[in-house]
Structures are given as structure tokens and as C-alpha cells.
Ligand binder design. Structure first.
Ligand code: SF4
Ligand code: SF4
Length: 98
């Protein structure tokens, strides 16, 4: 549960800051955003944010451009699945350790 700026209580959650929620080293793939395809970055205004809405870990910012906190991202790929612009690609973690 969360509270919006207007004071209404809603089902929106906030990131669980702390060691407990951190992903560690077990994530298989990570989301990579292409700002040239992402609607908010492309139009330079708040829009879409479907990835933010559906991310179960609340690790995506609702900003322009948006960013993903990889400390908490679990690599589930939901953000890439729901993105209507194909702006998020899931990339194998091995690609970042070579
Ligand atoms: S891969 Fe999953 S946890 Fe990571 S940002 Fe996307 S939806 Fe959130
Ligand atoms: S769903 Fe796709 S286009 Fe929409 S804000 Fe997220 S990355 Fe950008």
C-alpha cells in the first residue's frame, strides 16, 4: 500500500530498500533500455510507463528518461514483455562479465 501525493491510499508499492531485497549475483539476464525507442525519452515528457507499472520489484523509475535499479531488479523480463515500443531487451548477464 502507498499514499499518493493527493493523499489517497492506493495499491502502489514502493521499493523495499535494504539488504534483504537485493538481488545479489543470481540474476540470469538484465533489462537494457534503448532510449531511442522508449516513449518518454523520445518525446521528452512523462508518458507510457507500462514497465514501471508492471515491474514486480518496483525498480523502474517514473522519470524522463526512466532508469532501472539493477541492485534490486530480478531479471524476470516482465518489463520487456509489456513494453509496446520494444525498447527493453533482456541481455544475458554473462555479456557484462566478459
Ligand atoms: S526485469 Fe523484472 S524486476 Fe527487472 S526491471 Fe524488468 S520487470 Fe522489474
Ligand atoms: S514500457 Fe517501454 S516505451 Fe513505455 S516507458 Fe517503459 S520502456 Fe519506455
Amino acid at each position: 500500500m502507498g499514499t499518493r501525493e493527493c493523499g489517497h491510499i492506493c495499491g502502489e508499492s514502493s521499493p523495499g530498500i535494504g539488504e534483504g531485497g537485493k538481488t545479489g549475483e543470481w540474476r540470469n539476464s538484465r533489462p537494457v533500455i534503448d532510449d531511442s525507442k522508449c516513449t518518454p525519452a523520445r518525446r521528452n515528457r512523462p508518458a507510457c510507463f507500462l514497465c514501471w507499472l508492471y515491474c514486480p520489484e518496483v525498480t523502474i523509475t517514473k522519470t524522463v528518461p526512466l532508469r532501472i535499479d539493477l541492485e534490486y531488479c530480478k531479471g524476470c523480463g516482465i518489463c520487456a514483455e509489456v513494453c509496446p515500443a520494444g525498447a527493453i531487451t533482456m541481455v544475458d548477464e554473462e555479456k557484462f562479465t566478459q
